[in-house]
Design a protein around this ligand. Sequence first.
Ligand code: SAM
Length: 280
Amino acid sequence: MKNEFGGSWTERKVIILEKYVHAYLKIMNNKNFHLTYFDGFAGSGDIKIGKKESFKVIAGAGKRIIQITDPIGFDIYYFVEKNENKRLQLDADLKATRNDENIFTVTDDCNDALLRFSAFISSTKKRRGLAFLDPFGMNLDWNTLESLKGLGVDLWILCPTGVGANRLLKRDSDISDAWWERLERFFGIGRNDIANSIYQEYTNTNLFGEESLATVKASKANQKLFEIYKNKMLSIFDFVSEPYIMVNKNKSIMYHFFCASNNATAVKLANSIMGSAIKK
Ligand SMILES: C[S@@+](CC[C@H](N)C(=O)[O-])C[C@H]1O[C@@H](n2cnc3c(N)ncnc32)[C@H](O)[C@@H]1O
């Protein structure tokens, strides 16, 4: 494979996926399964990296994945993008790369499309799938992910720990109902359970000896949020890989990218690919 782990965190993320898909299709060769690739946040085909004045353009995941055909490709490719203009651009890009009637693009919300994908995979024992969920923010609801429980699906997912969840969990814990509801939908647990992991109460005594309750936020909140998400993921899948932690230029955590599967070998493979990416 030409691409090695260079470039930005974003570029490494798609290269990790690409390497996994190469290995996955080799393992699936001659197994006689019907294979579907599902991309729930497909984008427009290309990814712009860097600042407005000096950005670099790289091929997005979709264009890379449809080109992997040796020894086999997927039987169906299903790309979901909510923004119609981006979907049209993606469709044109994919068609220019590989014109195949089994490559579909749809304008839809990933939450709805993922339920269809799960129903499709579960409808016969012969179907297996690989799902890539790469949202910018907290666009995915926990109850849609639960539809994957018990299926022959390997999932690669980007958890927006730093750019999504941690930003809503304000330092002073004064969080609106709307934000708590968003967090609950995302993690699939109640606000008290989230708060218990992230905040600690302590007693503050003022100069006059008067006591009041105050709240302090955990120092490694991003890590704690990932632990919550990972533990929830283990209620859907038997195995979860180590995360590939994506940070910004100030070294703040933005995302945790990882693989979940009911197959131990799949997660072992994911860990080995990510191990090489991290060493670079
Ligand atoms: C990080 S980008 C995806 C990049 C893509 N994986 C690639 O390699 O080029 C996330 C995309 O998800 C789309 N999006 C946001 N919310 C969505 C939703 N609920 N359902 C489907 N797509 C959504 C955005 O328009 C955006 O294009």
